[in-house]
Design a protein around this ligand. Structure first.
Ligand code: PHE
Length: 337
């Protein structure tokens, strides 16, 4: 049988045990041990009914006080333990935002491709379309249809790389065959540019590469001539290089244009030296080329041009050696990203 004093002792021990709980598991164990069905408190409370009636009031009161004290001790300790657990979790999982992150390398367009895109944009703005053609070309598209029949001296001038020993297919030495393919495939008017890779056995000195990039242009319409060509090129030069650039036109020879010209620009290199730089070849499309495509050369006339993208990229960035452009050395290429 319990007395009020027993209940005070039960309360004291339970409250002390609850205060000693340090983790959520401890507090759960204390809750079961001190308020569960087999706890001393429960047993004492259950025994009250069998006490003599005059004792029940006092013991019942003490039992109630003990139960309330134990419950509030549990609640208080549970709250404290949860707060502590949260605080230590926040502390453990803290992110140090001053640490360097995982750096990722970001890719960028090659400087030659950057220049190509820029030039494409200028001609797209003038209503030109972008055309494409194969890099392994037939003799017909490489030469014959470009007014360069077999035995023509221009064939040997071009240092062509032939395929499989024969002379019927070759790596295209210029983007001009795309002119022919476009005229064969569609009716005039035509306004196109054709950027791409070309190949020449230009291994005479180590600063040349057997592969480089050109951008071809072709315009075929009624009444087009040299004035339209020069106006178009002047617009391109101003857009690309800026207003102040001086340019000059020289007569030249290409088998598929007549007359033919070369355009030079006055360029100040990185060391401050002013030089004339050959920018492109161009001309009025030879009537033989137009007739060869099946057009009436009395009605349809036009102009063509071809520029070297590698050269333009080198000039723009003051790169002294073409080979740097092809070495894929990220220390070099990273400067243009
Ligand atoms: N295909 C010529 C070259 O490679 C350039 C050119 C293109 C000239 C179009 C005239 C017309 O040098």
């Amino acid at each position: 049988m319990s007395s009020a004093g027993d209940l005070q002792e039960i309360e004291r021990q339970a409250v002390a045990a609850i205060a000693a709980a340090a983790t959520p598991d401890d507090i759960e164990a204390a809750r079961v041990a001190h308020t569960g069905r087999k706890s001393p408190l429960a047993e004492a409370l259950a025994g009250i009914g069998s006490l003599p009636p005059e004792q029940r009031g006092e013991v019942g009161k003490a039992g109630n006080t003990a139960r309330k004290a134990i419950e509030s001790a549990l609640e208080e300790r549970t709250t404290a333990i949860q707060a502590q657990a949260l605080a230590s979790r926040l502390d453990e999982e803290r992110v140090d935002i001053t640490l360097p992150g995982d750096r990722r390398d970001v890719g960028a367009l090659h400087p030659i491709m950057q220049v190509r895109r820029e030039i494409e944009d200028i001609f797209l703005g003038m209503g030109y379309a972008i055309a494409d053609g194969p890099e392994v070309e037939t003799d017909h598209h490489n030469f014959t249809a470009l007014n360069t029949p077999e035995g023509h001296p221009a064939r040997s001038m071009s240092d062509t790389l032939y395929i499989e020993g024969g002379h019927k297919t070759a790596l295209r030495p210029q983007t001009s065959p795309v002119q022919v393919r476009a005229m064969e495939a569609q009716e005039p008017p035509i306004y196109l540019i054709a950027p791409g890779t070309v190949y020449r056995r230009d291994d005479v000195d180590a600063t040349h590469s057997p592969m480089f990039h050109q951008l071809e242009g072709l315009a075929i319409d009624e009444g087009l001539g040299m004035a339209d060509l020069i106006g178009t090129l002047q617009h391109f030069i101003t857009e690309f290089f800026g207003e102040s650039l001086e340019s000059r036109i020289q007569p030249h020879f290409f088998p598929f244009t007549e007359p033919s010209i070369e355009v030079h620009v006055r360029w100040t290199d990185k060391r401050g030296r002013a030089t004339w730089l050959e920018l492109l070849g161009a001309g009025v499309v030879d009537p033989n080329v137009i007739e060869g495509a099946g057009y009436d050369s009395e009605r349809w006339t036009g102009f063509a041009f071809g520029l070297g993208l590698d050269r333009i990229a080198m000039v723009r960035h003051g790169v002294p050696d073409l080979r740097l452009m092809y070495e894929s050395d990220l220390r070099f290429l990273g400067q243009f990203s």
